[in-house]
Design a protein around this ligand. Sequence first.
Ligand SMILES: NC(=O)c1ccc[n+]([C@@H]2O[C@H](COP(=O)([O-])OP(=O)(O)OC[C@H]3O[C@@H](n4cnc5c(N)ncnc54)[C@H](O)[C@@H]3O)[C@@H](O)[C@H]2O)c1
Length: 354
Amino acid sequence: MQQIDLNGKTILVTGSAGFIGSNLVKRLMKDVKDATIIGIDNMNDYYDVALKDFRLKEIESLNAQSPTIRYHFIKGDIADKATIDGLFEQYKPQVVVNLAAQAGVRYSITNPDAYIQSNLIGFYNILEACRNWPVEHLVYASSSSVYGSNKKVPYSTDDKVDNPVSLYAATKKSNELMAHAYSKLYNIPSTGLRFFTVYGPAGRPDMAYFGFTNKLVKGDTIQIFNFGNCMRDFTFVDDIVEGVVRIMQGAPEKKQGEDGLPLPPYAVYNIGNNNPENLLNFVDILQQELIRAKVLPEDYDFDAHKQLVPMQPGDVPTTYADTSALERDFGFKPSTSLRDGLRAFAEWYAGFYK
Ligand SMILES: NC(=O)c1ccc[n+]([C@@H]2O[C@H](COP(=O)([O-])OP(=O)(O)OC[C@H]3O[C@@H](n4cnc5c(N)ncnc54)[C@H](O)[C@@H]3O)[C@@H](O)[C@H]2O)c1
């Protein structure tokens, strides 16, 4: 592995107003010295833009306190080649973390165009730019959804993942294939990260825990899919960020093959909690924490607002990350409990929507 010192580097984070991207930028601002951090985000309205504005404001206020960090935010689209080329030409980032994407499984059924634009064309533009302005490490978000409905658990990066069950999953798997080709052809060190159901404060309202909370607050009924028989490897956002920061600092090594051509400096890791929870248990802890944070009253009648329904197209019954490679190579494994993670979410929610 090639060690990379992030201090003094120029680091590009795409999707920097997003849930994971904004948390990554904040963490880099705290821990990295004398660096230039470039964020890009198109601020699309897939979900409430007020959340993206809130995250950018948090970054801005940290930036004001970080004398050694130079931070630039660009409102722009990674699917726009001229924007990406101009950005790379101007800043020549040494480490790139591509988190900009159209996320969500269900939305890909009704809005496939957004996935092709951001996840395929956008990622292609990033790869081309990394080819033209060589980087020390390209890290990019893949997803646990690439495992489709694989039966063998825990999901390992050695497993075959050729059976996506949504267009979203197909674009993420395609990103891994595209990155492999670029790593091989142009010797670009790249690492793909398969994130498992990330949750936390200022998260994504399209995800179950946040959507459930919004509905319960409004007095609506929440629908629990697959009659609650879903197992999810829920991963707290701080654990994801910790994994990303460690991985940014360890690029796959450049080596020569027997044919004299470079072997692809290419890797893929799972980042998940390695401890799947039943969805009903998750909802139970969420309810308790929403009461504790005074988002909901103590006498809230949860049973009257819960409906168990069948599985949805594109969904998978179980996600469960094998994190042994992450532990072996980076000495890290997510460990935040659901209780602690959902408490942080509920407390943030109480403050944000009060
Ligand atoms: N949150 C999860 O549970 C999870 C799980 C697996 C994978 N991922 C992946 O991790 C990454 C970050 O996810 P997130 O949860 O923070 O999602 P998010 O939607 O909050 O963040 C993505 C950000 O990218 C921006 N964006 C989208 N298309 C863009 C484009 N074409 N150009 C510029 N900006 C664009 C959006 O405005 C958004 O702010 C995504 O690639 C997602 O697919 C997330």
